[in-house]
Each structure stands twice: as C-alpha cells, then as structure tokens.
Design a protein around this ligand. Structure first.
Ligand SMILES: Nc1ncnc2c1ncn2[C@@H]1O[C@H](COP(=O)(O)OP(=O)(O)OP(=O)(O)O)[C@@H](O)[C@H]1O
Length: 357
C-alpha cells in the first residue's frame, strides 16, 4: 500500500485532506472508497488541484460525482480526470473477463440490455467485445445495424471480428441466414458457439459480453460450462412468470458455481409522457425482492421507453446520444464493472485495505 508521500514531497494540508476525503467517499460504485493506489497524481496548478485517478473498473463519468463531493467538503478548485486500467487476470486468450447476459425466458430485453451494457462499458473506459451466443435467434447484427455485413477472414482458421461503435463483435447471424441456425440441435449450437469464441481474433479486451440464448435448459447449461466466464447477469421483467424463470437462471448458475454479478429488471416502469408519473405496468418490486431473496445485487431498474425500442430497431448507438434514458445503462455498467472487480479481488484474495492514512 502506498502512503500519501508518493504524491508530494512537501506537506500540503489541503492535499492530505483531499486524499482523506477520497478514501472515505462511499457510494454503490465505490463501496470501499477511492483507494490510495488508485490516486495516480495530485498536482497544484495555481490555485487548482488536478487529480488523476486510475480505476481498476470502468467508471469514467464518476469524475463529476467525485468533484462534487470534494466541493461539498470545501475543496474549492478541483479537476478530476479518470483513467481505466483493469487488472490483467486473463481468463481466455487476451480477454480479462467474460460476462454472460442471460434470461430465464425470451423477449425480456436481454439482447437490448447486452448491447447497451457493452456500449456503456466502452464509453466508461473499457475495451469491449460482444459475442452473440443466441444461436437460435441472433439479434446483435440488427441491434448494431450490421445486417447483411460479413466478417473477413484473418487466415484459414481465424475471423476478424466485426467492428461497430468501438466494439468487436461476432455473431452466427453474420455467417448464416437466421432460418439455417434455427434448425440446429443442441450439440450443433454449442459447437457453433465454441467456434465463434475460439476462431475469432478478439484482440485484447477488458470485457467480452456474451448474449446467451434465453432459457435455463440443457443447451444454456452446456454453453455456460464451456465458457470461461467471470460471472453472469440475469435480465428479467417484473411479471411473476418472468421472475419465476429468472429464479431458475439463478439456480442454473449456482449449479455450475458461476458467480451472479447481479440482476437487471427491464421494463420496470413507464414514465407518463403527460404527467411524468411512474407507472409500474407489470407490477412493482418483483426484481428487488427476488434479488434480496437470493442475496444478489439489483444492478438496475430500466424503464419501458420508446427511445430504447426505436434506437435499437434502427441499430443506432443509444448510449452515445447522451439521452436521459441511457443513464440507466451507464450507471448499470459502472456498477457491474465495480462489482466484478470486487468479486475478482476477493476470489483471488487480493488485499482490500480499509485505511484512512
Ligand atoms: N426497456 C425497454 N423499453 C422499450 N422497449 C424495449 C426495452 N427493452 C427491450 N425492448 C424491446 O423489446 C423487444 C425484445 O427485446 P430483445 O430482443 O432485446 O429481447 P430478448 O430477451 O433478447 O429476446 P429473445 O429472447 O427473443 O432473444 C425489442 O423490440 C426491444 O426493442
């Protein structure tokens, strides 16, 4: 653990105060505060303190919250910049973390969530890939506006991933017509997934987001066992049936000892365009109650929103447009990344030190 002496040679009470404050900051994204080793430098330029923070998770836009917190605590002139450096615990080739996005049943918005989370993680500072493992109903090509596009071959054995909005992506939908994929049986689907994963030149990635096929049957179980994943996220809607199936998803991942990073409740509510009132169309609190019952974090409650559907259908980048509803995905991506860091740190027994020095 570094001491505060790494930042400056002469004592500056204000700098000491900044570090103390950053250490004691707490939020869902920073449950252990800003650790000393994440503070890369603090420089005083005229009367302004310029702070560079290098985070082991993707949360660039937390810079505003940290600045506001320091301002509230009487550190008047401060500018924070955040860089991302996710620890290199390669799980597969040059991929640091494989994250599965799953759902107990179809149509709950799993693929939409997977795409927007991948884009949000990228915007927040990570290098991200997206693998469409929904072999029977690949929707990533359409969600990224890549229908009818085909990947190029790198050599006899390897394909270059398709690139869109800064993501490296691969889908069976780029390779065969959808109707051909739907007739595959279980083992063929699982083999196709293996090929897509192994025979794509992913390059160096912080996260590979995998859009899993919906359901909790044998195919999903076999696929999960074959993927060297760090964790899974389960997407559900608030209806009782969807929640019951999400519960089966939790049980499936428990069976193969894959940590669940969290639950996302999609289509949680609808904001009335006229009065702004929140309407829980499909019922309230189902996701939070399920999460609490199983001791898994609820990462987000995403509203039913016309812009989400429209931008998805057009294959546009919803996140880059900076519209209000995109904030749900951005916050969810930060939380996912932070939770995954903590889970991995705990699993590899990396020392997490609580300190106020
Ligand atoms: N929060 C949302 N608000 C509005 N529309 C949404 C939202 N989430 C998803 N949708 C829409 O719901 C439909 C189904 O979404 P999506 O294809 O992502 O579901 P899925 O769970 O991946 O389905 P499948 O299991 O069949 O692959 C799409 O038309 C999508 O645009």
């Amino acid at each position: 653990m570094f001491g505060i002496k790494k930042f400056f040679s002469k004592e500056d009470p204000q700098q000491t105060e900044i570090i103390k404050l950053l250490n004691s900051y707490r939020s869902a994204i920073f449950p252990i505060g800003v650790q000393n080793e994440w503070i890369s430098s603090i420089e005083k330029c005229k009367s302004q303190y310029r702070i560079l923070i290098t985070l082991p998770f993707a949360a660039h836009s937390q810079q505003k919250q940290l600045e506001q917190y320091l301002l509230k605590n009487k550190i008047k002139e401060v500018a924070i910049a955040i860089e991302t450096s996710i620890p290199a615990s390669y799980k597969f080739k040059e991929i640091k973390h494989i994250v599965l996005i799953a759902s107990g049943k179809g149509g709950v918005g799993k693929s939409t969530t997977a795409v927007n989370l991948a884009l949000a993680l990228e915007q927040e500072g990570a290098k991200v890939g997206l693998l469409d493992a929904d072999i029977y109903g690949p929707s990533i090509p359409s969600l990224l506006g890549l229908v009818d596009e085909q990947p190029t071959a790198k050599d006899d054995k390897t394909l270059n991933p398709m690139q869109k909005y800064g993501l490296n992506t691969m889908s069976i939908g780029y390779l065969v017509p959808a109707e051909n994929a739907t007739v595959w049986r279980g083992p063929m689907a699982s083999q196709a997934l293996n090929q897509l994963l192994n025979e794509t030149d992913w390059g160096e990635l912080d996260y590979l987001i995998v859009d899993m096929p919906p359901g909790t049957g044998d195919i999903q179980l076999t696929m999960t066992q074959k993927l060297p994943a760090s964790g899974a996220v389960i997407v559900t809607t608030p209806q009782d049936l969807a929640l019951a199936d999400a519960q089966k998803g939790i049980a499936m991942f428990a069976q193969v000892n894959l940590p669940i990073i969290g639950l996302i409740e999609n289509m949680s509510y609808f904001n009335c365009q006229h009065c702004g009132e929140k309407n829980a169309l499909f019922g309230a609190d189902g996701g939070s109650e399920l999460a609490a019952r199983h001791g898994v974090p609820l990462l987000a409650e995403i509203p039913l929103d016309i812009q989400i559907r429209e931008e998805s259908e057009k294959g546009e980048n919803l996140i880059a447009q900076g519209i209000k509803v995109a904030e749900h995905y951005v916050y969810c991506a930060q939380l996912l990344s932070s939770m995954l860091h903590l889970q991995s740190a705990e699993a590899s027994s990396v020392e997490i030190t609580f300190s106020d020095d």
